[in-house]
Design a protein around this ligand. Sequence first.
Ligand SMILES: Cc1cc2nc3c(=O)[nH]c(=O)nc-3n(C[C@H](O)[C@H](O)[C@H](O)COP(=O)(O)OP(=O)(O)OC[C@H]3O[C@@H](n4cnc5c(N)ncnc54)[C@H](O)[C@@H]3O)c2cc1C
Length: 367
Amino acid sequence: MENVNHTYQVLIIGGGPAGIATALTLHARGIRCCVVEALKTPIRKAGEAIPPNAKPLLKQLGILSLLEHEQHTVYYGNKSCWGTEMLEEKEFLADRLGHGFLLNRLFFEQQLQEVYQQTQQAFYKGYKLKKVVSDEAKVRAIVESNSETITLTGDFIIDATGKKASVCRHFQVEKEPLDAQFAITFNCKTTEKLPRQIIVEATENGWWYVAPYAENEVTMMLFTLKTLLPQKHHTEAFLQKEFHKTIHLSQILQKININNFKIVPAGTSCLPIPYGTQWLAVGDAAYSYDPISSYGITSALASGFYAGHAVADYVSGKQDAFLGYRYVVENAFSAYMEKLVNHYTIEKRWQQNHYWLHRLEFIKQDV
Ligand SMILES: Cc1cc2nc3c(=O)[nH]c(=O)nc-3n(C[C@H](O)[C@H](O)[C@H](O)COP(=O)(O)OP(=O)(O)OC[C@H]3O[C@@H](n4cnc5c(N)ncnc54)[C@H](O)[C@@H]3O)c2cc1C
């Protein structure tokens, strides 16, 4: 296999929202970087809700107009049955920032990658990170596609690989999982067109999330604990049983057809410190958020933005450039934890059930 050398100031591993936001910011600061993305073409990832308060950041990154494409829809609020049997409504219209967005997530990832490609910076699509080696002066990433292995050399490397935090692992830094929540996700046809709202409903073994996806189709997710997940061949029956325990969703949707489902980790985790001497982590690689917060994509984009500026300062010789980055991301995580604690504390109906008991234990450890 051929082994070629390519040199950049900054290597970014991962071409999701965090990696692309970092790359766009570095490019705007005149830093020569490259992005390495394992997938040749994006796949549909879980997560699509962008709350109204993300708009100023999207504008700052120059990507707000991407969300105005007809592939994405606006949404006007949430309905939630949480801590009470009532379905309570929160409309965004009173919010000064107006509506939020429900992304066509696959299309959004394609849009972000296209915006990056317009910068003419290098994009290694279909290349997976295999190894990171570093000496005091340089860091090298060995990346591999189906047909070749390339060594990329940089002054600095960014971990934007998502939850796996693969670059950090090469520097012997591991993320700390704070809980073991998982999601079972699937799409489902509906007989009627539903309003453009997200519906959340808590049940004894976790909580449901439903968001409009297409004209007569919704995205559904059940969040529960790893220990409560059934064996794979019993998943469909488990979902049906849990669905019929809901007070409101079972009335709104009446029945659900489950074709393809995915089971994915969906808990909170964090790095002890989001950077080292030659690396820095952004997005889910640094902090993974419980999807109840709808904060993952916004946080990925925001951390990419702040990281881009910090790394640009650092490679230009500013030694304390990362302190500001650390301050911003740690504060955001603390604010999230506080809200999470408040939110899970509200639900007291099933305090002795495994899921809610675990939720409270996780919260107690943290406060
Ligand atoms: C069930 C569920 C529901 C969610 N709902 C929401 C929601 O409603 N709203 C919200 O804001 N957030 C939500 N999220 C969270 C959100 O999807 C993530 O926070 C977001 O995708 C993080 O972006 P990222 O760029 O950090 O990581 P990712 O989007 O995971 O991107 C990482 C990229 O790195 C690439 N990569 C990985 N390893 C390598 C490697 N070794 N070499 C090269 N490339 C590699 C991957 O292919 C991927 O494209 C949800 C998450 C889950 C699990």
